[in-house]
Design a protein around this ligand. Structure first.
Ligand code: SAH
Ligand code: SF4
Ligand code: F3S
Length: 472
C-alpha cells in the first residue's frame, strides 16, 4: 500500500465542479491520497476552477501565487507540494496557466480527469529529478476532449454525507449563448446512459442518500440511452429514479427553457418525489436582448412555461439566473427584465453583471454597457429579487414542512437542512437527525433561511430541553 498522502481540493464554480472534485479525490485514492484539512497539510493541491466570469477566473491566479509560496516553503524543508489546476480555466487557458504561474505542475481539463493518476505519477517522477532550489513545475498538461467519455473510467461515488448527493448525467452544451464560455470549456453535449446513472443512484441511496440532484449544464436536454436501448428523455429518467426504494427527493439542475418539454412538466405533477422547485435561467426579460444572446426562447415562451409548471404543481417555486448589462441593453430592455421578474415572482435568483469572456461572440459586440450602469441595474434588480425572496420565505411561517437535515448547525445543538423549496432551515435538534427527513414547524423567516421547531414525536423532548435559537 502506498504511503498516505494528503490531498486538498479547492472548488470554484458550479455543482458540476463540486461533483468532479469528488470524482478526482476518488480516482486518486488508490495512489494513497486522502483528504487533507488544508493546503498546509497536503502533498498535493488541486484548484478546480471556473471561467464563467472574469472575477472567478482571475481569483485563480492569486490563489496560485499563494500556493507557489507554500510550495517554496515546503521544498526548503525537503518536502514537496504538487500543484494541479483543473476545471474550466484549465480547459480555456491550458499552457498559458503554466506560463503565468510556472510553479504549476499539472493542468487538467474537465474531460481528462480519469487520466489524473498517470499525470500525477509523471509529476511526482519529475519532482524526483528536480534540482534543489528549482521552482519550475513538472509541466504535465492534458486538455484533450477524449473520444471515450470520462464517466466510463471514473470510479463511482462511494460516500454520502448529509443524505443528499449529486449525480452528473449530462455534460457540455451545444446551445452557444453568445455570452457563455461553457460550450468551449466543457465541449459538446454528452448524455450518460440511463443504466449507469440508475446504478450510481442506487448505490448512493444504499449509502444513505435520501435526495439526488441530477446535474448537467443543460440537464433537461438529457437524451441518453434508455435501458431498452432507445433514446430516453429526462422525464423518463426521473420516472425510473422515482422507483428506487428509499429515494425521497429528486431534483435536477440546470435547465434550459427550450428543453422544458410537456413530459417533464407532467412529471412535476405526477412524480411525488420530484421536488416543487425549479431553477430555470431566463437571463433577460427583453426579447431583443434574448435574441442577441442567442437564447432560443423569448419572454412569452418563458412565461408560458411558468404557467404550465404552476398548473402542473401549484406549489412550484422558481429560481432563475439573470444577466444585466449585456451589450446593447437599454434602460427599456432592463425595464422589461424587471417587469418579467415582477410577473413571475421568484423564490430565489442569481443575478450577474455581464462579463465579456474571451472568444465569445458577445465580447466582440459594440455598445458594451458602462460598468456604472451595470452596477446600478444590478442593484435595482437585486433589491427586487431580495424582496421577492423574503416574501416567499415569509409564506412558510406557521406551516409544518418536511426538512432533510444535512449537517450540524453553526451553533451547538442545532441542525441545518433543506426545505422542499431548497430554503435552508435551522432547528434545535440532535446530530443524529443529519441525513433524515423530519417534519419541522416553521417559526421564523429570514433573508435567505428559515428557522423552525422539530415536531416529530420522539424529538419533541429534545426540542424542549434545547430552546430554539432563532438565527438573526
Ligand atoms: N447552463 C446554464 C447556466 C450556466 S452558467 C443555463 O443555460 O442557464 C450560470 C450562469 O452564469 C448563467 O445562467 C448566466 O446567468 C451566468 N453567466 C454565464 N456567462 C456569463 C457572462 N459572460 N457574464 C455574466 N454572467 C454570465
Ligand atoms: Fe451557457 Fe447557454 Fe449553454 Fe447555458 S445554455 S451553458 S448559458 S451556452
Ligand atoms: Fe464555471 Fe465551468 Fe461550471 S465555467 S459554471 S465551472 S461549467
Amino acid at each position: 500500500m502506498a504511503r498516505k498522502k494528503g490531498l486538498f481540493i479547492r472548488t470554484y464554480g458550479c455543482q458540476m465542479n463540486v461533483y468532479d472534485s469528488e470524482r478526482m479525490a476518488d480516482v486518486l485514492r488508490p495512489l494513497g491520497y486522502a483528504p487533507a484539512a488544508s493546503p498546509d497539510d497536503a502533498d498535493m493541491v488541486i484548484v478546480n476552477t471556473c471561467h464563467i466570469r472574469e472575477k472567478a477566473s482571475e481569483k485563480v491566479f492569486s490563489e496560485l501565487g499563494r500556493l507557489r509560496d507554500a510550495q517554496a516553503r515546503r521544498r526548503a524543508a525537503g518536502n514537496d507540494l504538487v500543484i494541479a489546476v483543473a476545471g474550466c480555466v484549465a480547459q480555456a487557458e491550458g499552457a498559458e496557466i503554466m506560463r503565468r504561474q510556472p510553479a504549476v505542475d499539472i493542468v487538467v481539463g474537465p474531460q481528462a480527469y480519469h487520466r489524473l493518476p498517470e499525470m500525477v505519477a509523471r509529476a511526482v517522477r519529475a519532482a524526483g529529478h528536480r534540482r534543489p532550489g528549482a521552482t519550475k513545475g513538472a509541466g504535465v498538461l492534458d486538455t484533450e476532449f477524449p473520444v471515450e467519455p470520462k464517466f466510463d473510467h471514473l470510479p463511482a461515488p462511494t460516500t454520502v454525507t448529509g443524505g443528499a448527493a449529486f449525480v452528473s448525467v449530462q455534460e457540455g452544451c451545444d446551445k452557444f449563448c453568445t455570452f457563455c464560455v461553457v460550450p468551449y470549456t466543457r465541449g459538446a453535449e454528452y448524455s450518460r446512459p440511463a443504466t449507469a446513472i440508475l446504478a450510481e443512484a442506487r448505490s448512493l441511496v444504499a449509502a444513505g442518500a435520501r435526495e439526488i440532484t441530477l446535474l448537467g449544464q443543460n440537464v433537461n436536454a438529457w437524451h441518453g440511452a434508455a435501458p431498452d436501448g432507445s433514446t430516453g428523455s429526462l422525464a423518463q429518467l426521473i420516472w425510473a429514479l422515482a422507483e428506487i426504494d428509499g429515494l425521497a427527493r429528486i431534483r435536477y439542475t440546470t435547465s434550459h427553457p427550450r428543453d422544458m418539454d410537456d413530459a417533464l412538466i407532467a412529471a412535476h405533477r405526477d412524480v411525488a418525489a420530484l421536488m416543487p422547485y425549479l431553477h430555470l435561467p431566463v437571463q433577460s426579460g427583453s426579447d431583443r436582448v434574448l435574441e442577441a444572446m442567442n437564447r432560443k426562447h423569448d419572454r412569452d415562451h418563458y412565461l408560458r412555461l411558468i404557467d404550465q409548471l404552476r398548473t402542473a404543481r401549484p406549489d412550484m417555486a422558481l429560481s432563475t439566473d439573470i444577466i444585466v448589462g449585456f451589450p446593447g441593453e437599454t434602460d427599456r430592455d432592463f425595464a422589461d427584465t424587471l417587469a418579467l421578474v415582477r410577473d413571475v415572482g421568484f423564490a430565489s435568483a442569481f443575478s450577474f453583471k455581464y462579463s465579456p469572456r474571451p472568444g465569445t461572440p458577445a465580447a466582440m459586440l459594440e455598445r458594451q454597457v458602462p460598468e456604472a450602469e451595470k452596477d446600478a441595474r444590478l442593484q435595482a434588480l437585486q433589491a427586487l429579487l431580495g424582496e421577492q425572496q423574503r416574501g416567499f420565505n415569509a409564506t412558510l411561517v406557521g406551516r409544518t414542512i418536511p426538512v432533510l437535515f444535512q449537517e450540524a448547525g453553526r451553533k451547538p445543538g442545532q441542525v441545518l437542512g433543506k426545505s422542499p423549496w431548497l430554503q435552508s432551515v435551522h432547528a434545535s435538534g440532535p446530530a443524529r437527525l443529519v441525513g433524515q427527513i423530519v417534519d419541522v414547524h416553521i417559526v421564523g423567516a429570514h433573508a435567505v433561511s428559515l428557522s423552525g421547531e422539530i415536531v416529530t414525536d420522539d424529538i419533541v423532548q429534545t426540542a424542549v430541553t434545547h430552546p430554539i435559537e432563532v438565527a438573526a
